[in-house]
Design a protein around this ligand. Sequence first.
Ligand code: 5MM
Length: 332
Amino acid sequence: MNSLVETAAVLVAAGKGVLAADESVATMSARLEKAGVAPTEENRRDYRELLVSTPELAAGVSGVILCEETLRQRLADGRPFPAAVADFGMLTGIKVDTGAKPLPGNESETVTEGLDGLFPRLREYVALGARFAKWRGVYVIDDQCPSRAAVHANAHALARYASACQYAGLVPIVEPEVLMDGTHSLARCAEVTTRVLGAVAGELAAFGVDPAAMVLKPNMVVPGASCPEQAAPGEIAEATAAVLRQTMPDDLAGVAFLSGGQSPEQATANLAALQEIDAPWPLTFSFGRALVQPALAAWRGDPGRVHEGQRALSQRVRANSAVLGETAAVAP
Ligand code: 5MM
């Protein structure tokens, strides 16, 4: 087995998922401000230190995705974040896109940028200790969207990114996110997610990306957040698995779902229902908000409340890890 295939298998090992702590500086600053914390570089660092140093985090987390700012920061004890994450028994990931930007001609939609100069950046991230990477394409659902242009442009970028990662020695997490915003039905989300994942799979194949050395990070197939008819976890799991089976190759290393704005409890319930589905790949989590929101709310920037923040993160990680079954002894 080559090392990228092994690393991808570690990321989706039984009982474990990925912690997405890679909010860009702008997003993280906004979330800190909302929680009443000054949006300074030091506070962003303190918050990420709280997360990665949570006791026993590695029991349920295989890898932590960081943004570039955190990748270059140090813990209070002087260790660079990638070295500390490795010491804690996890792999370091790095968000390498530079954000979803308006798509000229289709301004209500976005294309994710960051391909210019990507390969040398990836080589540098490897030197800094990263073992995997992440790139997120974003798709909106309404009567007109997503357009063919948005579906094609984002699939193309995701595939170029994933190919560059594998050449640079990083496992790519490929994240096409169909947003939950809107009144659309479960069936409409399934139809759009099928189009999006089908296009992504086609571009990945065209660029020669090895499915066994990558992890897909899709949305679960859910009704729009404002749809009057919501769905039970069993329906969501069935719809999600049907879309994945229709679009993804059997030799994909694994699927690690984003939470997409679901409450922490909803995301866990849906992940649990997905475990009941017969699928050729491990199905795990790569949640951001559904893991860290309770931690941020408990910490509130108070150095005296670090343990409360870590306890809140620990609870969410354990809840999700528990639905995944036995933890396998796979070394990072
Ligand atoms: C943690 O947030 C990630 C970075 O977002 P921005 O670039 O917008 O700051 C984001 O890609 C995240 O990993 C995914 O959206 C999944 O997070 P959720 O909260 O949907 O599980």
